[in-house]
Each structure stands twice: as structure tokens, then as C-alpha cells.
Write a protein that binds this ligand. Structure first.
Ligand SMILES: [Fe+2]
Length: 254
């Protein structure tokens, strides 16, 4: 099986430490290169571990700030902008199949996990690379082999990475390129992955809080769907939405 692997990312390729003093500009540049890839020389994802404490509001403040710093990198490198499409908090305890979150052609997810008694693991599949090897576009791959509805997961097995270092014990931030853009000859389009979470011990009495943001690459001057006021609310809110159609009976569903 190992010999058939098409991707071979080691934990050191995608896990980075956030020092107590925060990320340097060089660190942010590194995160940008890991996530906002335009070819297959980098993973397309990055897991950030905090050296110091990161309580909930601090975690969300870090995420908003990181988006703004990545935005500055994107502006200077690509002459494009980054905007928040969404920012919300979810209690996510549903095991999913490999999927892409709905969004524009070029976008990434920034997921801030809070410590939880609920254990889980995340697997990411490089479907863009698989599509390239099959000489089709990522969009065609999803039309023809979507693992949500068919046997596409088998095709993706050699392209899958189990995110090592993912832990329920501490706050972490996972960035995943969620794009569906075709690979361009001039190597300017983001190349995305599919993701899946397996929740090992879901429990209605416990929470697994995921602070979830979607960030898109847009033309300069595009209005940001999540206003600065809403971004501030995202940082301070205590509301956690339940996610999953099977949890409608819970009275604290938001
Ligand atoms: Fe998702």
C-alpha cells in the first residue's frame, strides 16, 4: 500500500508551532505557502499548535488576525484580496465522508478546534492531484467520482493523509485549501483538498467546538461578506451552533 502512495507528507511538512509571542512574518509566509498552493509541491494544509495557552476568545482573535496577515501576503504576491465568506462556531460531532465545503473556486477553510473530551481524527485527500493524474479537472473529478455518493474514496486512498498531531487535548488551528479550480498552466490557481472527520465518542452532553471560517481569494475592491463588526462578534460570541441534521432535538440548537 505504501508503495502505491501518491502523496507522502510527513508531520514536519505541515505541522507548525505558534510561539507564545505569536507568528513572525516569516511564519505567516510559510503558512501561506503551505496552504495557498498553486501546484503539488506543498500539502495544501497546515496544522498550527500553540506553545502557550489559547483559550476560546484568544483562539478566535488569533484566527481573525492570521487571516488579515495572510491577506497582506496575498495582496503583495498576487495583487488579489482575501475576504471572509463566513465565520461561525459549531458543535461538530458528526462523522462525515470525504467532501468539499461549498464555496467559490478558490477558497480555504480555517478551523479553530477548542479542547474537548470528544476525540476525533481528520483525513485530507488530495483530489486535485488525483484529478491531474487522471487528466481531468477537480470539478470533473467531483462530477464523476464524488466520494460522498460513489466509490471515489477508493481512488483517493493513495492521495490521503491522516493529520498526525491532531489532538482533542489542546486548541489547534487547521487550514485546508478547499478550492475546486482547474490547474492552470501559469500556476496561479489554488489547488484544493477534500476533508473528512471521524468523531470517535460523540456525546450530547459534551461539546466539540469548531470555530469555522471560510476565506476566499477575490479581486481587489470586492466587498467582504463578513463585516469587521461581524468579525468582532465572531471573536466574542458565546453562541455555539449544533451541526448535523440528527441533532435537531437538542434544545440548545442555534
Ligand atoms: Fe466540511
Amino acid at each position: 500500500m505504501q508503495a502505491n502512495r501518491k502523496t507522502s507528507w510527513n508531520v514536519t511538512d505541515y505541522v507548525r508551532i505558534v510561539p507564545s509571542a505569536g507568528l513572525t512574518n516569516q511564519d505567516v509566509d510559510d503558512v501561506y505557502q503551505l496552504v495557498c498552493r498553486t501546484d503539488f509541491s506543498s500539502p495544501g494544509f497546515c496544522l498550527l499548535n500553540f506553545l502557550g495557552d489559547a483559550w476560546s476568545e484568544m483562539l478566535r482573535q488569533f484566527m481573525v488576525s492570521l487571516k488579515r496577515r495572510l491577506q497582506a501576503v496575498h495582496q503583495s504576491r498576487r495583487r488579489l484580496d482575501l475576504v471572509f465568506l463566513s465565520a461561525a462556531r459549531f458543535d461538530q460531532q458528526t462523522t462525515t465522508k470525504l467532501h468539499r465545503d461549498g464555496g467559490p473556486d478558490e477558497c480555504f477553510l480555517m478551523l479553530g478546534y477548542e479542547p474537548s473530551e470528544v476525540r476525533s481524527e481528520v483525513i485530507l485527500a488530495d483530489y486535485s492531484r488525483c484529478a491531474r493524474d487522471m487528466q481531468i479537472t477537480p470539478s470533473e473529478f467531483l462530477e464523476q467520482h464524488n466520494p460522498m455518493f460513489g466509490p471515489g474514496a477508493e481512488l483517493l486512498r493513495p492521495y490521503a493523509t491522516r493529520v498526525e498531531g491532531f489532538s482533542n487535548d489542546a486548541a489547534q488551528v487547521l487550514l485546508i485549501n478547499n478550492s475546486v479550480a482547474a490547474l492552470s498552466e501559469d500556476r496561479t490557481t489554488w489547488q484544493g483538498l477534500l476533508h473528512t472527520a471521524t468523531v470517535h465518542n460523540p456525546c450530547d452532553d459534551k461539546r466539540r467546538v469548531v470555530n469555522s471560517m471560510m476565506v476566499a481569494s477575490v479581486l481587489p475592491g470586492t466587498a467582504e461578506p463578513v463585516s469587521p463588526v461581524e468579525q468582532d462578534k465572531f471573536i466574542t460570541t458565546t453562541i455555539v451552533r449544533r451541526r448535523g441534521y440528527d441533532r435537531q432535538h437538542l434544545t440548545d440548537d442555534q
